[in-house]
Structures are given as C-alpha cells and as structure tokens.
Design a protein around this ligand. Structure first.
Ligand SMILES: NC(=O)c1ccc[n+]([C@@H]2O[C@H](COP(=O)([O-])OP(=O)(O)OC[C@H]3O[C@@H](n4cnc5c(N)ncnc54)[C@H](OP(=O)(O)O)[C@@H]3O)[C@@H](O)[C@H]2O)c1
Length: 244
C-alpha cells in the first residue's frame, strides 16, 4: 500500500535523473506529490523530464552539471538546501576484461560511482545532521556483493559504494537520518551502451534473462522512503526472476 500523504511536499534531490532508474524515480515521486530537484549533465534531457513531471502536477527544478566537478557539487548542495531525501542514482559502467581496461575507464567509474557520490552525500548529510532528519538512498547493485567476469572494476566501485553506505548508516545511528541501499540486478537502461568490447557484446547477446525495468527499481525506492519513520529499509536487493 502506498502512503502518498507521507511523501506529499517532501523535497527530494535525485542524481542521474536524465535516464534510466533516476528518471523513472523522478516520475514516480512526481506522482506522489514530492517537490523534486533533478540533476545530470544533459540539460535537454532534464528539460524533457521536467515537462513530464509538471504534467503530473509536480513542482520540479532542474540543475545540469557534472558531479565530478567539486564546485558543481557545492553549488548543487547549496541549491538543495534543506532537502528531505537524497537519491543517488548517477553512475557509469564500462565492461571489459581487467587487463584490457584503460586507466581512464577505471578512473571514470571510480570518480563517478564512488568519489562524486561520496562528495555530494557528505555535503547533504551534514545539513541533514544539523536538522536531525533526512533519508539518503544509494543505488548500488548486486555487483556490490558479487564479482563476475568482464565487470571487475564496476563491481569494485559498487563494493566501495556499499561499504560507504553501510558505514554511513552506522555513524548516523541515532541522528534521525535513515540510509537505504537499493541493489538491483540487471536493469534495462542505456548504461551498457558504452561497453563495446567484443567479449562483452557476445555476453550481452547470450543473456536469456529478462532485465528488470527502471520503473520496478523506482517502485522499490518509493517503498523505502515512504515507510513509517520507525521503519528503516536498510537494504533492498532486486533481481530479475530466475537470476541467481
Ligand atoms: N542498469 C543496470 O543494470 C543497473 C543495475 C544495478 C545498479 N545500477 C546503478 O543504477 C544507477 C543508475 O543507472 P541506470 O541503469 O539508470 O543508468 P543510465 O540510464 O545510464 O543513467 C545514469 C545516469 O547517471 C548520470 N551521470 C553519469 N555520469 C554523470 C556525471 N559525471 N555527473 C552527473 N550525472 C552523471 C547520467 O546522466 P548524464 O549522462 O545526463 O550526465 C544518467 O542520468 C547507477 O548507479 C548504476 O550503477 C544499474
């Protein structure tokens, strides 16, 4: 059962909102009556999203920028102000054998998936601590708990993000702030489009399992943030049916 009234008017910042899970989450929260601030690098995609959210009756602001730019992260945190909920969905993925991955591909994944998310979350969490209230949602992955061929560096970034998430939860115990990790398996989004190693393309082609939809992941975010204040959804793992 959805408790729309618990979310109505809540201020939410969503990263990675131009696409995939972040975009679907923005649309789901627009339907729940949240006031939304969305970010990603592509301004044009955020503008399209804003029109769709406004058509659902939501108040939405957009802010385009690169989370790997520390001054943009500061600017975004200022703009977010006394936000109630932070949803970290921005992320990148390049699949390739470890020995064939470039240092740049590796750094790009660590920078965006771990360091940028850490930087923004720290800024927002410090403000939540002062207010003794807030909810932080991290989109990690089932890759935060397992490793697989061709995904070694991506798995490493998600292990790191999950470790930061769990430590943050421990450190914020008693502060009035909830920390939720959402760990999906394969989701049908454009995130794999940047991987073009032949072994990766062959592995993707050979898959028989139907991926989750970004809307299904968005539903789990909605579930986590609408629970009564005393109930903390610490970890939600989602897999397509039949996936190990
Ligand atoms: N798809 C899956 O199978 C899957 C499974 C488990 C977990 N996840 C995780 O779920 C999250 C969302 O992924 P998705 O599948 O929805 O991918 P997606 O459709 O490619 O979306 C990724 C989002 O991140 C934004 N982004 C990337 N780099 C950025 C940067 N430097 N600064 C600001 N924004 C940036 C992109 O926007 P711009 O390009 O406009 O900047 C985009 O909105 C990621 O953390 C991913 O690791 C995905």
């Amino acid at each position: 059962m959805q408790n729309n009234h618990l979310l109505k008017g809540k201020k939410v910042l969503i990263t990675g909102a131009s696409s995939g899970i972040g975009r679907s989450t923005a649309l789901a929260l627009a339907q729940m009556g949240c006031d939304i601030l969305v970010t990603s690098r592509r301004h044009s995609e955020l503008e399209k999203l804003a029109l769709e959210c406004q058509a659902l009756g939501a108040r939405i602001e957009i802010s385009a920028g690169d989370l790997n730019n520390p001054s943009y992260v500061e600017e975004l945190a200022l703009k977010a102000g006394d936000v109630d909920i932070l949803i970290n969905s921005a992320g990148v993925l390049t699949y390739a054998p470890i020995l064939e991955m470039t240092a740049k591909e590796c750094m790009d994944m660590f920078n965006t998936n771990v360091l940028a998310t850490f930087a923004l979350t720290s800024e927002i969490a410090r403000s939540m601590v002062k207010r003794k209230s807030g909810h932080i949602v991290m989109i990690t992955s089932t890759a935060a708990r397992e490793v697989y061929k061709l995904g070694g560096v991506y798995c490493a970034t998600k292990h790191a993000l999950s470790a930061i998430t769990r430590s943050l939860r421990l450190e914020l115990q008693g502060s009035g702030i909830r920390v939720t990790e959402i760990a999906p398996g394969m989701v049908d989004t454009p995130i794999r489009d940047t991987s073009n190693h032949p072994a990766v393309l062959a592995a993707i082609k050979a898959r028989t399992i139907k991926a989750l939809t970004p809307q299904e992941v968005a539903q789990s975010v909605v579930y986590a943030i609408q629970t009564d204040f005393n109930c903390c959804s610490d970890l939600i793992e989602l897999r397509p049916r039949g996936a190990a």
